[in-house]
Every structure is written in C-alpha cells, then in structure tokens.
Design a protein around this ligand. Structure first.
Ligand code: ASP
Length: 330
C-alpha cells in the first residue's frame, strides 16, 4: 500500500471523497479527471483560507462545502438513498483548540449539512441534533435549504435499484463503491490549530434512521490540537465499534506513536480484520499528513504551504494532476 505520507508544513489541508472498491476497469478517463477536479476544487477552497492565515476550522468547512456541492461525491448533492428511497445525511465538525464539536444526523434539506453541524457546535450547548428537530433548528438559524430534486442524482438512484434487486435475489452486494462514500477534510493552520469535518449520505439502501460513524465524535470525526485531526470513510458500524478516530489519537497520546504509526495501525490492523473496509485522512499538530486505506482506493488530496495541489484515487502516489495531464478539464 502506498504510504502517502507528507512532511511537516506550516499549514496542511487533506480532503477525501470516500473509499471503496474503486476499480480502474470501471473508470473512464473523463470520469477520473472529474474526480480529480472535484478534489482540487475542495483543496483550493480550503487553501484560500489557510494561505491567508485563516483558521483550520474555516478551511475544513470550505473544503467540505465544495465536496458537498459536487454531485460525484456521496454528501449533500449526490447523497445515496435509503432502502425507502429517501436521502438522510449525517455531518460533523470538530475544533481541535477546545474539542468543541457539532453534528447532525438523518437530515435532508440544508444545502450544506456541514454548516448545520457547525451551527450546532457554535449556536447550541449540544453536540448532536437529529431528524426533524435538527431541520427546525437549521431553518431557525437561516441556513440555505434546497428541495429534494437538488440532491437527486440518477447514478445514486440506480445504485439503490441495483442494490435492492440484489438483495431480493439474495446476492450480497460486493461492490462497496456503489454502497459507500463520504467526504471529509482535516487541517492544521499556521497558528498550529487543528480541525476536522466529515459529511455523508451514508450507505446505499441503509435502513431508514440508520446513523453511521460520520457524526459520532471519535468514530468518524476527531480533532485535538494535542494529537491530530481525523476524518474517516468506510464501513461506519465498524468505525463506531472500534472508536476508530479516537483510537488513533489515543495511541499518539498514551503510547507515544507517530501519526503515521497510529493511523496506519488502526486502519490496517484494527479496522481491516474486523470488516472495517475504508480509510482515514489524518494531520498532526506539526502539519504532517498520513492517508491510510485498506481497500482498492480512496479519493484524496493534500495541499500544504508549497501550494501544490496533490490528488490520488487508487493505491498510487499523490500527484499534481493538472501538471501530469497538462490540464484539468473533466
Ligand atoms: N462511513 C460512512 C457511513 O457508514 C460511509 C462511507 O464512508 O462510505 O455512513
């Protein structure tokens, strides 16, 4: 597995757009370029904040909003469908300065669920709001809403039909890439502060009301200035049961492991053997970066103080895709 480790940097932003069975054989060059372009837009949005000396919290918010707006990724516009044909989104954000955290679960309406999570963090005394009451809160806060057609994509709808047909035929859906996806961002700003944000539609054909690891602080999202900021993607139930993100932070705090040791150890030796297919993006308090995943691929990208936007999809090195392909047109 390519390590995808990056050195310390005055600031670092890492993004992901989900992990799973991403096969080159099912990818066209145009589609691949579109994924790289989507990741690059998210990196640019966060880079604008960090290069101007802004806060990690604002950078991860901007990056995740860009990913939510991109229908290719399973969050916001383009979220997957439940078995009942509805979209139920989860999101969380955490500030490493004081471990402030906010999350929402089971919502459909706010254009950017990550802004709903941030509003919970900043404007309530709570950490997690769910369902209709969370939506009422978002309306009261004046967040932008969209009607259901905005979030619909034919590809996700088709994935639901295929998954339901397979279920009916008693066939296990092995193609995790059709079931999965999530977006996330972690950052270290030039003041040494960390933040993490994650947003998802969950898993295709999930039971209505099912909540994954994304909005569970310590499972799919974590930030603590003393250790690291983390955002996960993969089989959410396993991430929850093994408190995946908190486990990485705890290994650094209590066992003196480096970010790379802790992140790699949890993704490969804890999650993988227990059915936790997926990956985690990670940044430490010095701006060092690690992006381990235990499946075929993870849409991912990094930008640091050198300003180069580096992205990758499969088990491969991160590259400046625009420079490599001589352009960045999907
Ligand atoms: N972790 C997400 C969930 O379980 C799905 C994914 O990242 O693929 O809701």
């Amino acid at each position: 597995m390519t390590q995808n480790l990056l050195p310390q940097s005055e600031f670092s932003l890492v993004v992901h757009g989900g992990a799973g069975t991403i096969l080159r054989s099912t990818m066209t060059p145009a589609r691949e370029a579109a994924y790289h372009a989507g990741l690059r837009r998210a990196l640019e949005a966060g880079q604008l904040v960090l290069a101007a000396g802004g806060a990690a919290l604002d950078a991860v918010t901007a990056a995740v909003m860009a990913l939510e707006d991109e229908p290719l990724f399973n969050a916001g516009r383009g979220a997957v469908f439940t078995s009942a044909g509805k979209q139920e989104m989860d999101a969380a954000i955490m500030d490493g300065r004081d471990r402030a955290a906010g999350a929402v679960a089971g919502i459909c309406g706010p254009r950017n669920p990550i802004l709903a999570a941030r509003a919970v963090m900043e404007r309530t005394e709570h950490v997690l709001l769910i369902g209709e009451s969370a939506l009422a809160f978002c309306r009261a806060q004046g967040l932008a809403f969209e009607d259901t057609p905005y979030f619909f994509t034919q590809a996700r709808w088709q994935a639901l039909q295929d998954t339901l047909a397979m279920r009916q035929a008693g066939v296990d859906n092995q193609d995790a890439s059709r079931k999965h996806g999530t977006v996330g961002a972690v950052a270290r700003d030039s003041h040494g502060h960390l933040a993490a944000a994650t947003s998802t539609g969950g898993m295709t054909a999930k039971a209505p009301g099912r909540v994954g690891d994304t909005p569970v602080i310590g499972a799919g999202t974590w930030a603590d200035d003393d250790t690291c900021a983390l955002s996960g993607t993969g089989n959410g139930e396993v991430f929850i049961r093994y408190a995946a993100c908190h486990e990485i932070s705890a290994r650094m705090r209590h066992a003196g492991q480096t970010l790379a040791q802790a992140a790699q150890g949890v993704v490969m030796d804890v999650l993988a053997p227990h059915g936790g297919s997926g990956g985690i993006i990670a940044v430490d308090r010095h701006g060092g970066v690690s992006l381990p995943f235990n499946c075929a691929g993870m849409y991912r990208g990094v930008v640091q103080a050198d300003g180069v936007l580096r992205t990758a999809i499969y088990d491969e090195p991160l590259v400046d895709y625009a420079a490599v392909t001589g352009g960045n047109k999907p």
